[in-house]
Structure formats: C-alpha cells, structure tokens
Design a protein around this ligand. Structure first.
Ligand code: IMP
Length: 204
C-alpha cells in the first residue's frame, strides 16, 4: 500500500484519479525553509517514512507569480491562510502588467530502500534527492518527481478544487472549473503523478 502524505483531502482526490490504490496519511510533517520545493518534499518524505516505517509519497506544491519573482512560491500556504487567494488575485491585477504564473508540484517518494539516489546537494531540478542519514546513521534516499504548468492569474471563477484553484487559469478554464480528472490532465500535480506512476510501474 502507498500512503499519500498530506492533510489536504483535495490533493488525495486528484492523486486517486491517477493512482487508485493510494491511501491518505494525514500527517503534518514539519516543513523546512527553502526557496525550492524539492528539498521541502524530500525532507517531508523522510519525516513521513520515519513516522510510518512504510512507503510514502509526499506532495509539496506552490504558485509562482512571474511578476513577483516567483512569490509566493514555497510560501503559498502561509499567504493563502493570511491574505487569502482573492487578495492575491487583486494584488496581481493592481501591480502587474502581465498575469503570468506557474504552478509547481514536487512529489517525494521514500520507502527506506536504496533508490539509486546519489549523494550530494539537492537542487530545484534534481530528479533524485540526496541521501540523508537518520539518527541511527542509516541513509534514506528519496526520489523526486516534478510537474510545472504555466498559466495566468485571473479573478476567481469556479467552485471546485481547493486553494488557488479559482484564480489559476490554464487553457481557458480555472482549475476550480475542472473536475479532479480534468484538472489532472492540465495540472502540475497530474504531470508529477504521471512521472511517478511511470517510474513506479517500471520497477515492478
Ligand atoms: P502545500 O503543498 O500543501 O504546502 O500547498 C501550498 C499551498 O498551495 C497551499 O495554500 C495549497 O492550498 C496550495 N495548493 C497546493 N496545490 C494546489 C493546487 O493544485 N491548486 C490550488 N492550490 C494548491
């Protein structure tokens, strides 16, 4: 069984549309501070694996607004719970000429085995996170899968989804105007889930 580690049931709906066998692990792992999602997902995967001692897939995502040099990016959750997504849309409309933004998702997989993840520093575009020793000196490799989708910030539209879905438009519709399956066909998470599924199927 594969545990999808998130406190967000909306993410689980989307994960199940691609990976029907996943179970939600409602575990709020401590998030490290980093300008990149990769190291955050890798640290979360290690923490979650240590928590359950079973294979885990951690999902870390963020909205990167081009005209704000990628803000809120890894701070997307903090910004959603403080100012809210409608205020982000209004701020972009007021301050920016271009409403370009990208949504990113990084999945981190850890099962406690040697996953051919190299030693070294992790960067934003790594497909493998470096090994990190746990307290007993054991190494915990993590494999990362990233999805990135370019879109536009718009005024809120639609009633589905969660988070920034109503203000992020791709191919003429906001994520909140799409079903979870349709959103996967267009989304950062759908890309990352497909990359993980290809890799995982190739191992068995
Ligand atoms: P996290 O990955 O759970 O840390 O999410 C970071 C922030 O992005 C939170 O505010 C989420 O609500 C939001 N978020 C994550 N994924 C999505 C998505 O697919 N659509 C809209 N908002 C998202």
């Amino acid at each position: 069984m594969l545990r999808y580690v998130t406190t967000n049931p909306g993410k689980v709906l989307e994960a199940r549309a691609r990976l029907p066998a996943v179970e939600q692990l409602d575990f709020d792992y401590p998030e490290i501070q980093s300008p990149d999602l990769g190291p955050i997902a890798a640290a979360g995967a290690r923490a979650a694996y240590r928590h359950v001692n079973a294979p885990v897939l951690v999902d870390d995502a963020g909205l990167f607004v081009a005209g704000f040099d990628g803000f809120p990016g890894p701070y997307s959750s903090f910004v959603e719970t403080t100012v809210g997504v409608e205020a982000v849309s209004r701020l972009c409309a007021r301050e920016l000429d271009e409403m370009d933004a990208s949504f990113r998702c990084v999945l981190g997989y850890c099962d406690g085995t040697d996953l051919d993840a190299p030693h070294g520093e992790s960067g934003e575009n790594d497909t493998h996170a470096p090994r990190v020793d746990d307290d007993d000196g054991n190494s915990l490799p993590v494999v990362l899968f990233e999805g990135v989708v370019d879109g536009q910030i718009v005024s809120p539209r639609g009633s589905g989804g969660f988070g920034y879905d109503p203000i992020f438009e791709v191919a003429g519709a906001t994520y909140a105007e799409m079903s979870p399956g349709d959103k996967n066909d267009h989304s950062h998470r759908g890309q990352a889930l497909d990359a993980f599924a290809d890799w995982h199927d190739g191992r068995s």
